[in-house]
Design a protein around this ligand. Structure first.
Ligand code: KG4
Ligand code: ZN
Length: 334
């Protein structure tokens, strides 16, 4: 079964054709990174306009790369929530138009569900149940993935998401957008023990996160040094900061896995591209004899293949929508 997946929730216009949820036949991503760089972050109005310009060409290319026409496609899957509302609407309306014109079923896909599904592409053998740490620009969740369309949130962030915390600290360190990726790059040669960073906990919520205090600590370190006229080592501060974020992510995930009895751990979302998280989570899982899965780098960020993959599992579970489908800015995964 071939599913066309369309993604436009943030600053990537993407489309892909995936067979049976696992085999990628095409994957086209038009990134707006260069355009948003000069503003230091995503400008929602610009994102919507660029999606509107790019989407038709991106979908056409995804179909032709897969040697398909619309008539070969079994269903059209689209990200409808959560995300930037104007950006989501471009993909949703385009998918609705395609569905109306072709008579093919329309499948609404939740963005975090699709991030989790990026692992089904990389690992053909991976099946739920498993415990998933989903870390992106807008979310930091520990989720029990009981089945392909059945989820339970175990932990979440009370303030900043992990990716947001990376982006804001990177910006304060003078690094260009996209902050998380550039912070990861400069911190590679840094000493993670050079700066002492807090490891915030949430009272009575062992699986929840709070990153705003950690972000403030990094900002204070930078400002104090400026006032005293001292030099800050960005690689050292970056390494100390990333390791503190990763400590929190790993500690809570390991605690949840132990308590709930999961021996299969999965990472997903843009921050799952982080080299320190990937390396240290690998060490943690090896020590405990747990299986660990994380997506190939090209499927960590937003892409259409993960939408088509999850779209397949939604479709075979009977989750389709009619043309009244609307975009939703904020919506829990459950
Ligand atoms: O999943 P994603 O592409 O978009 C959202 O759904 O939000 O995640 C984007 C987030 C950004 O905050 C970005 O800085 C972060 O993922 N990110 C990284 C890395 N690559 C992307 N954070 C840390 N290290 C990376 N290598
Ligand atoms: Zn995303």
């Amino acid at each position: 079964m071939k599913i066309l997946g369309i993604e436009s929730s943030c600053d990537e216009t993407a489309a892909s054709v995936v067979e049976n949820g696992r085999v990628v036949l095409s994957n086209v991503v038009a990134s707006q990174v260069e355009e948003h760089k000069i503003y230091g972050g995503v400008v929602p109005e610009i994102a919507s306009r660029r999606h509107a310009e790019a989407i038709s060409g991106v979908v056409k290319e995804a179909l032709s790369d897969a040697n398909c026409t619309l008539s070969d496609i079994d269903a059209i899957a689209v990200t409808y929530a959560p995300g930037l509302i104007g950006a989501l609407l471009v993909g949703v309306n385009f998918a609705k138009g395609l569905s109306f014109a072709s008579g093919k079923p329309l499948v609404p896909v939740h963005h975090l569900r699709s991030h989790i599904a990026s692992n089904y592409i990389t690992f053909e053998e991976l099946k739920p149940p498993f415990l998933c740490l989903v870390v992106s620009g807008g979310h930091s969740h520990i989720i029990e993935v009981k089945d392909y369309t059945d989820y339970k949130i175990i932990g979440y962030t009370h303030d900043d998401a992990a990716g947001e915390a990376m982006d804001k600290a990177a910006r304060a360190m003078g690094l260009p957008y996209p902050g998380g990726l550039n912070l990861d790059r400069v911190a590679k040669d840094g000493n993670p023990k050079a700066y002492k960073m807090p490891h915030p906990r949430v009272d009575n919520a062992p699986y929840d996160f709070s990153f705003s205090g950690l972000k403030t600590a990094a900002l204070n370190t930078i400002n104090n040094a400026k006032q005293k006229g001292e030099e800050i080592s960005i690689p050292d501060l970056g390494a100390s900061y990333i390791n503190a974020v990763v400590d929190c992510l790993i500690e809570n995930t390991a605690k949840a896995a132990e308590t709930l009895g999961y021996k299969k751990i999965v990472l997903a979302g843009g921050v799952s591209a982080n080299s320190v998280l990937r390396r240290r989570m690998t060490e943690t899982c090896e020590k405990r004899g747990w299986e660990l899965y994380f997506p190939e780098l090209k499927y960590c960020g937003d892409n259409g293949a993960m939408v088509a993959s999850q779209g397949y599992f939604e479709f075979i579970s009977g989750n389709t929508a009619d043309l009244s489908l609307n975009a939703v800015a904020s919506l829990p995964i459950e």
